[in-house]
Ligand binder design. Structure first.
Ligand code: PEP
Ligand code: MN
Length: 263
């Protein structure tokens, strides 16, 4: 179902007045983790002004270390929804279990499946039975074939609205947190009709590399970007080193609009 041979024209996912795929370049911004009302309202207001359409923020964080901040859970979802509604943005958040899908359902427009859960097949089937779009991140060391098969698990349960997200893969290189696989964009475009967006933040691991990776992704044909934006990256409870400020986000959007489809 994910294949171009099944469906030749590109899938365009429409949520309210936002389109993902087709001729649109969709910008998603927001912090790694939801921390407070102040943080989310500030980010939402500023990224909206810059041209973002979707607000991100993690309420359930799949942290590598169990002692790291795990997220505000339902309290965070309320903050995320309020900030998004106030500034007319859509909401995306990660779900790490079936229980989190149920809790999250009323607050979100798009479910995010994180890299660590790309092959959590029961979770994939569960979001495949929901009537909301799913953003599926590429696994930490997944091939494109494995990733498209993971998408197939969602599609085969009846949910046609899957957005793929390249976020860097694990290689021998240690200068960046992950290696952004730019080749994945044209390969996915050839093999599949699904939209593909790029998360340069988790690929780079360092804020200073985010602009270059963003531009490369757009030049290679990505349908959008998901970028971690935090009003005060140094104080962030999660992924501060790779988060850019709202001001840096604004500058980046201005720069990429030179090479982008319409934002
Ligand atoms: C995230 O988006 O904050 C996240 C945890 O990303 P990934 O699943 O790509 O590591
Ligand atoms: Mn993160």
């Amino acid at each position: 179902l994910a294949s171009r041979t099944f469906k030749s024209e590109p899938t365009v996912i429409k949520i309210k007045d936002v389109e993902i795929g087709g001729n649109q370049l969709t910008l998603i911004g927001g912090p790694c983790a939801i921390e407070s009302y102040e943080q989310m309202f500030e980010v939402a207001e500023k990224i909206k002004k810059s041209g973002a359409k979707i607000l991100r923020g993690g309420a359930y964080k799949p942290r590598t270390c169990p002692y790291s901040f795990q997220g505000l859970e339902e309290e965070g979802l309320k903050i995320l929804r309020e900030a998004a509604t106030r500034y007319d943005l859509l909401v995306i958040t990660e779900v790490i279990s079936e229980a989190a899908v149920d809790k999250t359902y009323e607050y979100v427009d798009i479910f995010q499946i994180g890299a660590r859960n790309m092959q959590n097949f029961n979770l994939l089937k569960y979001v495949g039975r929901q009537n909301k779009p799913v953003l599926l991140k590429r696994g930490l060391a997944a091939t494109i074939e494995e990733w498209l098969n993971a998408a197939e698990y969602i599609l085969s349960e009846g949910n046609p609205n899957v957005i793929l997200c390249e976020r860097g893969i694990r290689t021998f290189e240690t200068s960046t947190r992950n290696t952004l696989d730019i080749s994945a964009i044209p390969v996915v475009k050839e093999k599949s009709h699904l939209p593909i967006i790029v998360d340069p933040s988790h690929a780079a691991g360092k804020a200073k590399y985010v602009p270059a990776l963003s531009k490369a992704a757009i030049a290679a044909g990505a349908d959008g970007l998901m970028i971690e934006v935090h009003p005060n990256p140094k104080q962030a409870l999660s992924d501060g080193p790779q988060s850019i400020t709202p001001e840096e986000f604004d500058r980046l959007v201005k720069e990429i609009s030179q090479i982008a489809k319409s934002i």
